[in-house]
Design a protein around this ligand. Structure first.
Ligand SMILES: [Zn+2]
Ligand SMILES: [Zn+2]
Length: 139
């Protein structure tokens, strides 16, 4: 399935092919802080499946749980965060699209919850999803 999306102000636009890429909800602290909410909903795709089609994004590099540096792409005007990407492309590299920014968001149902160790206590497990304490091994 192809998705299209962009930031709140409209400066940045992207398209992506998310066929075969599962949608996941992430409860890690980084996602809670970056989203300002209880969790973030993302879809991981191979780097060539994501394409920025409009705008000049800003970037912020952070070290992830795995020790790898992840490059966060966001709009310098409105602050919307669109994805994280690898700084060095290698086997298994992926772009993690923050799919709430996609027009097709309502159709994209999560199949897993990640980093449940830091999930807020007031949120029940989502129906029809797998729960992982951290990051699943096969990513
Ligand atoms: Zn924007
Ligand atoms: Zn996370």
């Amino acid at each position: 399935m192809n998705i299209t999306g962009g930031c709140f102000c409209g400066d940045l636009r992207y398209e992506a092919d998310i066929a075969d890429s599962p949608v996941g909800v992430c409860h890690c602290r980084d996602c809670q802080i970056f989203s300002g909410s209880a969790f973030r909903t993302s879809c991981a795709v191979a780097p060539e499946k994501f394409r920025l089609t409009q705008g000049e994004p800003k970037y912020f590099d952070k070290t992830s749980d795995s020790g790898k540096v992840r490059r966060m792409m966001f709009c310098g005007n409105c602050g919307t965060h669109l994805c994280s990407m690898p700084t060095v492309e290698e086997e298994g590299s992926f772009v993690s699209i923050r799919i709430a920014t996609a027009e097709q968001f309502a159709e994209l149902t999560p199949m897993a919850e990640l980093f449940c160790d830091s999930k807020v206590s007031w949120m029940p497990d989502l129906q029809n999803t797998f729960q992982f304490a951290g990051m699943p091994e096969a990513q």
